[in-house]
Design a protein around this ligand. Structure first.
Ligand SMILES: *Cc1c(COP(=O)(O)O)cnc(C)c1O
Length: 454
């Protein structure tokens, strides 16, 4: 074997070694950042090392600092595992090293990305003519959609942003819900929309925007308008009532954007689709494949109803670039990039429509089972309606809740992460992994029962 083959062989072996330990290794990392800095630090070596030896070194040194995200008992944040077809396809992406911005340059990967986008629009019931920009994740998908929205609503108001800039532009109304994800605020910041300029609309006990509050906010203001709604609140999993809210926004000529990083996928399942009623009426949608579709990082999608709006915001100049219709670089802020559509194509090809539905239904059933198990533990209260994939719970005091959270991570059986909800300390379980079995739920509930009793 030559140097490259030996390196790839070493990576293959250590990847498998890691993956087979997932069932039993502690979920949370055993090593701290400082220990990992010690493990990887030191002077830049003066001389080279054989690539296979480097891979062996990485595997050995990283192991105590790795978190068992692809296993069945990581429930922190909202983080998906990796489907086998998507993982293996992602290895090919690195080996092929295609620069996936241009269809002339890299037709195979651009085709897979385009088809993956079409399949996704179909399973989610979104307009098949929409543009789908593959970006690094939900944060960049929100930014990409909102950047397109800003451009379009200003253009409708007679202001060409590309030509005249933002400084003297008509003031924009940027309307958000009280329980929006933090990435909306960050996207607004990148777009020159200040925190004090955002119009924040009240939400209900599950985090859903209140319709009468939206109506009031829109009547009390004027000017080009973007309304941000949400599919899947990160604590409760709640969905805004799109079929009520979107018509209200439409009456005021709004661009309606939906942050559906993990929630948009509910539309793929006949038993969960009711949560997303009316979702297809929006102008743009942000979602992640690396969450609910279980492809590796990084893979988010920025979906825009009218492709011409994406092109107006993002098509670049430069006479050395070759244009041919709607290329990936026409609809996102990126130029050179990874062929991140390939693992998305592989996941959908391998799962098929029924597999995608089964995945969604299982994530929901796991959430229901986890909530039932937690309710059976003395002192635990489940705080949200478990309509989708999120379960939020607490003990009777903030201190006891935080202590339980720390004890769960130290125990290592499972990982859940903490949050604040309506001023209370809580713990969150997010069901986002195809790998989670009912045995994983039972082991997790048993560990929490044991730890809550001390
Ligand atoms: C995770 C998440 C995001 C951000 O997505 P990234 O992929 O982490 O960039 C945005 N909105 C919601 C609702 C999320 O859950």
């Amino acid at each position: 074997m030559d140097e490259r083959e030996r390196a790839l062989d070493a990576a293959h072996r250590s990847a498998n070694e890691f993956l087979v330990t997932l069932a039993d290794r502690p979920v949370w990392p055993r090593a701290s950042l400082e220990e990992m800095l010690d493990a990887f630090g030191g002077e830049l070596p003066e001389h080279g090392t054989d690539p296979a030896a480097v891979i062996a070194e990485i595997s050995e040194r990283a192991d105590p600092g790795l978190v068992a995200i692809p296993g069945g008992r990581f429930f922190g944040f909202v983080i998906g595992a990796t489907h086998p077809a998507a993982l293996a396809a992602d290895w090919l992406v690195s080996a092929w090293d295609q620069n996936a911005g241009s269809s002339k340059l890299t037709p195979a990967t651009v085709a897979m990305e385009r088809v993956a986008g079409q399949w996704m629009l179909e399973v989610l019931g979104l307009p098949s003519s929409a543009s789908v920009g593959f970006v690094t994740g939900g944060q960049l998908a929100n930014f990409t959609c909102l950047s397109t929205a800003r451009n379009a609503v200003l253009m409708r108001a007679g202001w060409d942003l590309a030509e005249r800039g933002l400084r003297a532009a008509p003031p924009l109304r940027f309307v958000v819900g009280a329980d929006r994800h933090g990435s909306i605020d960050r996207a607004a910041r990148f777009l020159g929309i200040g925190r004090a300029e955002m119009i924040v609309v009240d939400s209900d006990d599950q985090g859903r925007m209140r319709a009468e509050a939206l109506e009031r906010a829109l009547h009390e203001s004027a000017g080009p308008l973007i309304v941000c709604l949400q599919a899947g609140e990160v604590h409760t999993g709640a969905f805004d009532d799109f079929s009520t809210l979107i018509p209200i926004a439409r009456q005021h000529d709004a661009w309606v954007h939906i942050d559906g990083a993990f929630g948009l996928w509910a539309a793929a399942s006949p038993s969960l689709r009711h949560l997303t009623n009316g979702i297809d009426q929006a102008d743009s949608w942000a979602t992640d494949a690396h969450k609910t579709l279980n492809v590796p990082y990084d893979c988010g999608m920025a979906i825009v109803r009218v492709p011409a709006d994406s092109i107006a915001a993002f098509r670049t100049g430069g006479d050395y670039l070759i244009y041919s219709g709607l290329d990936p670089w026409d609809v996102t802020p990126e130029l050179s990039r990874r062929a991140r559509g390939v693992p998305a194509w592989a996941a959908m090809r391998s799962l098929g429509r029924t597999g995608i539905i089964a995945l969604l239904d299982r994530l929901h059933q796991n959430a229901v089972a986890m909530a039932a198990g937690l309710r059976s533990v003395d002192g635990i209260e489940v705080l949200n309606d478990v309509d989708y994939t999120q379960v939020m719970f607490r003990l009777d005091t903030d201190d006891a809740t935080r202590a339980l959270g720390e004890a769960i991570l130290a125990d290592g059986t499972a990982a859940v992460t903490g949050a604040q909800w309506r001023g209370l300390a809580t713990l969150r379980c997010s069901m986002s992994s195809w790998a989670t079995t009912s045995d994983d739920i039972d082991r997790t509930v048993a560990a929490i029962r044991r730890l809550a009793a001390v």
